[in-house]
Write a protein that binds this ligand. Structure first.
Ligand SMILES: CCCCCCC/C=C/C(=O)SCCNC(=O)CCNC(=O)[C@H](O)C(C)(C)COP(=O)(O)OP(=O)(O)OC[C@H]1O[C@@H](n2cnc3c(N)ncnc32)[C@H](O)[C@@H]1OP(=O)(O)O
Ligand code: NDP
Length: 291
């Protein structure tokens, strides 16, 4: 993987930045971006093989990455991992709380175990990692930026009820942490990618992938985003360029608003589908001709 960043070389020189979920997709891309800007990174994930392979890529370009196998839902494991990162890297100057995931399913098909697996992955795990980075390092050492991964487009999105609930919770956590930890010099922001081409959706069922493809036609910029477009937003939020920005959420979604609000307007007169959706799919209360 070869990286040429649009940001100023040396932007993160001498900094140690943690990237959870750094073994694939957006996390892997962000790790490369940060290393190309002078940082050393701590890569966290459940699978040691995945973070190890990114560590190899990074060492091939002369960068430094430490690797840490940890399930972010396990409080003791998170405490030990943050301590180990501090021991190995000597400091934590920033945290990218990127690890996350879910499975597409209707609400009635989600078991309690499935619900809790997703809520803990996308809300509790991020809280635990941020809390430990704060208490074990940032609080007493001048603070640092924290970037939390959310997904604004899952607000009320059918098939993503568990993840949407967790991500909205993470937005609220971001706002509260930004206020409580501001005095210690900690900035806390969220980033909300829209539809991004990444390895993350490889395991999703075909009906979901078809649904994503169908959305492209009605997307304002008619394409999905890239991992590096998300990484660029993360880098901005980690950098001094965003020094007065905290407690907010940066959308990287090509202008696609909340999915619930993003109903396509049909061509009523000709009863034709518009932007990929047939009239019959538009709820009656939105149809002008039935008012
Ligand atoms: C049109 C709009 C387009 C929007 C695009 C949005 C694009 C979003 C993309 C991404 O976020 S991609 C990146 C995300 N990456 C992933 O999602 C990775 C894959 N997911 C996971 O790793 C898991 O989902 C997980 C929950 C995070 C893993 O948890 P865990 O390892 O603990 O899971 P399990 O032990 O396997 O299962 C726990 C529990 O969950 C139930 N379950 C799992 N899959 C399903 C399913 N497909 N349907 C229903 N239930 C499921 C599983 O059965 C277990 O419960 P019990 O059966 O034991 O009760
Ligand atoms: N791709 C997209 O369109 C969008 C993605 N997002 C979010 O962006 C983030 C990155 O996604 P993306 O790169 O696409 O997908 P990936 O599935 O490639 O990345 C998710 C990473 O999180 C790690 N992870 C998952 N669960 C845990 C856990 N319990 N403990 C530790 N690590 C964990 C995974 O590693 P391992 O399996 O080894 O633990 C994996 O490396 C996720 O939070 C995702 O939901 C948000 C909006 C859109």
């Amino acid at each position: 993987m070869s990286y040429r960043s649009i940001f100023r070389p040396g932007l993160f020189e001498g900094q140690s930045i943690v990237v959870t979920g750094g073994g694939s997709g957006i996390g892997r891309c962000t790790a490369h971006e940060l290393v190309s800007l002078g940082a050393q990174v701590a890569l966290v994930g459940r699978s040691i093989e995945k973070v190890e392979s990114v560590q190899d890529e990074i060492s091939k370009v002369g960068g430094i990455a430490t690797i840490h196998s940890c399930d972010i839902r396990d409080e003791d494991a998170v405490k030990a991992t943050v301590a180990d990162i501090i021991k190995q890297q000597g400091a934590i100057h920033g945290l990218v709380n990127n690890a996350g995931g879910q499975f597409p399913a209707k609400l009635e098909e989600i078991s309690l175990k499935g619900w809790e697996a997703v809520i803990k992955t996308n809300l509790t795990g991020g809280f635990l990692f941020a809390r430990e980075c704060y208490t074990q390092w940032m609080k007493e050492n001048g603070g640092g930026p924290i970037v939390n991964m959310v997904a604004d487009m899952w607000n009320s999105m059918p098939g993503m009820g568990h993840s949407g609930a967790a991500r909205k919770g993470m937005l609220s956590f971001t706002e509260t942490a930004a206020i409580e930890w501001a005095a210690a010099g900690v900035r806390v922001n969220s980033i909300a990618p829209g539809m991004i081409v990444s390895s993350g959706m490889d395991t999703y069922p075909d009906w979901w992938k078809d649904r994503v493809k169908a959305r492209i036609a009605s997307h304002p910029v008619k394409r999905m985003g890239t991992e590096s477009e998300v990484s660029a937003g993360i880098v901005f939020l980690l950098s001094e360029a965003s020094a007065f920005i905290t407690g907010t959420c940066l959308r990287v979604d090509g202008g696609a608003p909340n999915i619930r609000m993003n109903w396509d307007m049909p061509d009523h007169k000709n009863n034709k589908p518009f932007n990929g959706f047939h009239l019959a799919e538009i709820p009656a209360f939105l149809r002008e001709d039935e008012k």
